[in-house]
Write a protein that binds this ligand. Structure first.
Ligand code: SRM
Ligand code: SF4
Length: 570
């Protein structure tokens, strides 16, 4: 078996993050000292990286940078916190406390639902950091390993409509999350004032220097690919017999990020490794993670994710190693089909006779907007709801487990607070953007703040050609990192500079095909004109029920990306 740290094949020096992890004493660094330093709102460079392993990012408001610089003030440094919420489930009682903290203790007063089924607080200043973690702890929550070079929040298909299967899938998402979690006591010691134990830390799965790069895992119940498996390093596709889970098809090596100008980086769909029975789930999850831990590139972080390791060592070599480590042979992949990725909006009755209401939350931003006090609305629901809330990987919210007797009171509340609007178009429901400005330090263009108006322009085009009831999977990200998963969209806009985007076309509805670059560095008006003409020909020449992305491929407007490692750039 390979030793704990294997450099990449070129024997290049390890990246500085490797030194930082090695010297961190199992993720402690000097974070505790930094927390006490009232002279700055920020952290030292090493701790700036290390706090990510505990679910926090140092940020500043980019809208205010220039103004503050003019006034000779340092940027308004604060922290973004990302909670760990396997499968996206949170109770109404937990929600009420989260809501209160966001309103009273953060700079923005909002809660942001993310594309990975959890929520973020933006704008937490240093003195509030420990109280925030202590609050999470009291609520039975934490933010361990929601960022950094570890296995992140484990996703699970969100709508509990096939209740029994969903319960089983969700249990596996939780077990995988726990199994792959860092075991260091750093979080408890640093943020919860936990007792320092006199026993050495051990990281049996992740290793003392953790993973070469972030690692993402999902559990999904076909035919809904609502967690976007191809964005993930490792996915478990539930296979059931008579409504009971028997095992999983395992997919490895998806991921969406790329770096402009660096063709060694590319988005990649995941590879099918085969079927495993359910009792082998944790063994296989661990074997995939440790193979990536030992074989992943620790010199160049841009080529460090599992997708690049698979391409470098070869799929067969990686799969054989996983089989050897797990002591499990993959059987041929069982038949499954994804038909869509969207959430199932509105009221749906589960097979257990409970009702589930999926609400559209534009960009996942929960805040009281003028005339639309959705944040207050959700907390009013939390006060009377006895089931749970489920966050979806499309940044939406499900009020789950509502008995018939409570349905009408919840329905009145969601309408009163503008949370249920029958006029929201299919196009808006199938569109998504990442956060970008003002909080994301990596944003090159607007995304969340740009999307609502851009959708209106696409709605206008669709209506003009009689397609008002149709929709196209449309996603915008403020930079090529891909947080809004534009690289699995039928229309993907990827930020290039303020007001300019690269336009990608030709992904499919189910999220199994990477779109191709169609037009680089375009203004919004140029993109609208291109889409107007392509949507017109879709209206005129589409086959019955043919989706936009498939139409563009069939009519050769774009060539399909078949093997991204080799044909994404040509
Ligand atoms: Fe992301 C970095 C926001 C899902 C790929 N992502 C960031 C940071 C933390 C910026 C930073 O490093 O300082 C962004 C913080 C913005 C802010 O102010 O909140 C950020 N990512 C997000 C969220 C909040 C977007 C959203 O609108 O919901 C999502 C949080 C998910 C979560 O709860 O864990 C989010 N990020 C994703 C996804 C989509 C997914 O996982 O399904 C991707 C693409 C999939 C993938 O990993 O390939 C993604 N984020 C990245 C990357 C590129 C990683 C890479 O492979 O190179 C970065 C930059 C990095 O890691 O260096 C990044
Ligand atoms: Fe920030 Fe880029 Fe991610 Fe958008 S895609 S949140 S701009 S890192």
């Amino acid at each position: 078996m390979a030793k704990e740290i294997t450099n990449n094949e070129d024997k290049l020096p390890l990246s500085d993050n490797e030194r930082m992890k090695r010297e961190s004493n199992y993720l402690r660094g000097t974070i505790a000292e930094d927390l006490k330093d009232g002279l700055t709102g920020g952290f030292t460079p090493d701790n700036f990286q290390l706090i990510r392993f505990h679910g926090m990012y140092q940020q500043d408001d980019r809208d205010l940078r220039a103004e503050r610089a003019e006034e000779k003030l340092e940027p308004l440094i604060n922290i973004m916190l990302r909670c760990r919420l396997p499968g996206g489930i949170i109770s109404p009682q937990q929600w009420l406390k989260i809501d209160k903290f966001a309103s009273e203790e953060t700079l923005y007063g909002s809660i942001r639902l993310t594309t990975r089924q959890t929520f973020q607080f933006h704008g937490v200043v240093k003195p509030k950091i420990k109280p925030m973690h202590k609050l999470l702890h009291r609520l039975g929550l934490d933010s361990i390993a929601t960022a950094g070079d570890v296995n992140r929040n484990v996703l699970c298909t969100s709508n509990p409509v096939e209740s029994e299967l969903h319960v089983q899938a969700y249990e596996w998402a939780k077990k995988i999350s726990e199994h792959l979690l860092p075991k260091t006591r750093a979080y408890a010691e640093v943020f919860l004032d936990g007792e320092k134990l006199d026993i050495p830390d051990k990281e049996p799965v992740l290793g003392s220097t953790y993973l070469p790069r972030k690692f993402k895992t999902t559990v999904v119940i076909p035919p809904q690919n609502d967690v976007d498996v191809h964005a993930n390093d490792l996915s478990f596709i539930a296979i059931a017999k008579n409504g009971k889970l028997t095992g999983f098809n395992v997919l490895v090596g998806g991921g969406l990020a790329m770096t402009y100008g660096d063709t060694s980086t590319y988005p990649r769909t995941a590879t099918e490794f085969g079927y495993i029975t359910v009792e082998n789930t944790l063994k296989v999850a661990e074997a995939v993670v440790t193979t990536q831990r030992d074989w992943g590139n620790r010199s160049n972080r841009k080529n460090a994710k599992t997708k690049y390791t698979l391409e470098r060592v070869g799929v067969n070599a990686f799969k054989t190693e996983v089989e050897a480590r797990a002591g499990v042979k993959f059987k041929p992949t069982r038949s499954y089909k994804f038909t869509g990725r969207g959430d199932r909006f509105g009221w749906i009755k589960g097979i257990d006779d409970q009702w589930h209401l999926t609400l559209f939350i534009e960009n996942g931003r929960i805040l009281d907007f003028p005339g639309k006090p959705i944040k207050t609305g959700i907390s009013e629901i939390a006060k009377i709801h006895k089931g749970d809330f489920r966050l979806t990987a499309n940044q939406n919210l499900i009020i789950a487990g509502v008995p018939e007797s409570k349905k009408s009171s919840i329905d009145s509340l969601v309408r009163k607070y503008g949370l249920l609007d029958d006029k929201i178009s299919e196009q808006r429901k199938n569109s998504m953007a990442c956060v970008a400005f003002p909080t994301c330090p990596l944003a090159m263009a607007e995304a969340e703040r740009f999307l609502p108006d851009f959708i209106s322009s696409i709605e206008e085009i669709l209506n003009k050609y009689g397609l008002g009831n149709d929709s196209i999977i449309l996603r915008v990200t403020g930079c090529p990192n891909g947080c809004g998963r534009a690289m699995l969209a039928e229309i993907g806009l990827v930020g290039k500079a303020v007001g300019r985007y690269n336009l990608y076309l030709g992904g499919d509805r189910a999220g199994t095909r990477i779109p191709r670059l169609y037009k680089e560095n375009s203004t919004v008006e140029e993109i609208q004109n291109i889409l107007d003409s392509l949507i017109q020909s879709w209206a005129e020449k589409r086959l019955k029920n043919e989706d936009f992305g498939d139409f563009l491929i069939r009519t050769e407007v774009v060539r399909p990306v078949k093997d991204p490692a080799r044909d994404f750039y040509i």
